[in-house]
Design a protein. Structure first.
Lengths: 255, 198
């Protein structure tokens, strides 16, 4: 049986001299956590199923710094690595893969230029293309926001997930903007609706505060994987503890 | 020296890193000559069956790969496993035809591609799976190979039982990514690196 995955996310701030992992709430109020490749290695040893590096500064001019982080991590970490944040062209994706990334996550660039999903998927395979959706509750559904949550679009999140799949996405990384950084649990309704609407895996993100929350979204939310930053950075619980909990609850996990 | 076939269809960096981690040097092989001269061959692959075969033909390495698969320790990974077979539901045209059978699409599973860690049951404790029991390995695939029974080295389950690895003499291949499967994966690569060169 395929295991449910736990994916720690490293929110990387590249604005300083060197890359730093930071933690914020609702995409603001950043706190310094540590050096990315060291943290990645710690998570790998702790049982992370994959690791995601997110350039929260989405800075084209500091892309080299991000690639260094990936290169350094990829030499010591032997689980899949995803890189996201500001990747907007085939060239940038190639650079990420060359540095050792296995998948790229695209968000704003996919929304503004949907053909990028198809281009990357054809060239590198569907499994290498993650389309990230930042969904915000609006009316009776959810709308997509772009530019790291700064701009709300009119695009319906569930519809966009379906479109992304048909364009060639291999996975959907679904973040609830309403829940992100609140530690109050995932948006189960949103996750379930997206997961039921697509035939590709859905990674749920935003709101993880306890192992119980992870269980909720993997079970009721029907997510295939969870992505979380704060819960592991604050060491509220370790990845191993979270997995033990999920296993006790009857979910398949890699231990 | 282990040669990783570079034909524009695979994540080579991850493989280089994993072999370096276990103390094995690698080189890249992109021509027929380099493939012929290599002691061991690793054939990675991402993308589609048809596209990979097209690249192989474009690069003029089809015959060299076919010969290498008969003669020396050879490891196909993911799509690099699938193209060792005769044909695939994914694309028209022949594969490298070094293993009998075809490649089929997952139809009973809820989510395709299969993306993540799945438990693999080795059918033999020799060769690639020496010293490895039931372990988790990382998969990212929409298709799976259906080989002759004798060639199946390990199985896994995704909606149905499927072949996770094959071994036939010097020729071995995994549907999962050993280079992305933590310590268990590194062990597979170690076993491959120590297979005897005739």
């Amino acid at each position: 049986m395929l295991a449910k995955r736990i994916i720690p996310c490293l929110d990387c701030d590249l604005s300083g001299q060197s890359a730093r992992v930071v933690k914020g709430t609702k995409f603001s109020e950043l706190k310094y956590v540590g050096e990315p490749s060291k943290i990645a290695e710690k998570y790998y040893r702790g049982g992370a199923d994959e690791i995601c590096f997110l350039d929260i500064t989405a800075s084209a001019e500091r892309r080299g710094t991000m690639l260094d982080v990936v290169r350094k991590s990829a030499a010591q970490v032997f689980v899949p690595l995803t890189v996201g944040g500001g990747i907007s062209s085939e060239e940038e994706a190639v650079a990420a893969f060359k540095a050792g990334a296995d998948k790229v996550s695209i968000n704003t660039s996919a929304m503004l230029n949907p053909s990028l999903i198809t281009t990357l998927s054809k060239k590198f395979g569907r499994q290498a293309v993650v389309v990230a959706i930042d969904a915000k509750h609006s009316g009776s559904g959810w709308k997509c926001s772009i530019y790291g949550g700064k701009e709300l679009t009119e695009k319906d999140a569930v519809e966009w997930a379906k479109q992304a799949e048909s364009l060639g996405a291999g996975e959907i990384l679904l973040t609830s903007m309403d829940k992100d950084g609140t530690n109050s649990g995932f948006d189960l309704k949103l996750t379930k609706e997206v997961s039921e609407s697509v035939g590709i895996p859905v990674i749920a993100s935003g709101g993880a505060g306890s192992p119980k929350d992870l269980y909720g979204v993997l079970d009721k939310g029907e997510a295939d994987a969870v992505l979380a930053a704060g819960i592991f950075q604050r060491e509220d619980c370790s990845i191993a503890e979270a997995k033990e909990f999920l296993k006790e609850k009857g979910l398949e996990v890699r231990i | 020296m282990i040669a990783i076939v570079d034909y524009g269809c695979g994540n080579i960096q991850s493989l280089e890193n994993a072999f370096r981690k276990i103390g094995q040097e690698t080189t890249l092989a992109s021509t027929a000559k380099e493939i012929a001269e290599a002691k061991r061959i690793v054939l990675p692959g991402v993308g589609s069956f048809g596209q990979a075969m097209e690249k192989i033909r474009e690069n003029g390495i089809e015959q060299a790969l076919k010969r290498a698969a008969l003669e020396k320790p050879f490891l196909g990974i993911c799509l690099g496993m699938q193209i060792l077979f005769e044909e695939s539901e994914e694309s028209k045209g022949e594969g490298l035809c070094r293993l009998k059978g075809s490649v089929k699409r997952f139809t009973v599973a809820k989510k395709v591609p299969q993306m993540g860690w799945n438990q693999v049951i080795p059918l033999s404790s020799r060769g690639l799976f020496e010293g490895i029991g039931e372990e988790w390995f990382f998969f990212a695939n929409s298709f799976f190979a259906v080989p002759e029974k004798e060639a199946i080295a390990a199985e896994s389950f995704y909606g149905k039982r499927f072949c996770a690895a094959v071994q036939k003499g010097n020729l071995a291949a995994t549907q999962f990514h050993p280079e992305k499967s933590g310590n268990a994966g590194l062990k597979i690569l170690r076993n491959f690196a120590k297979t005897e060169v005739k």
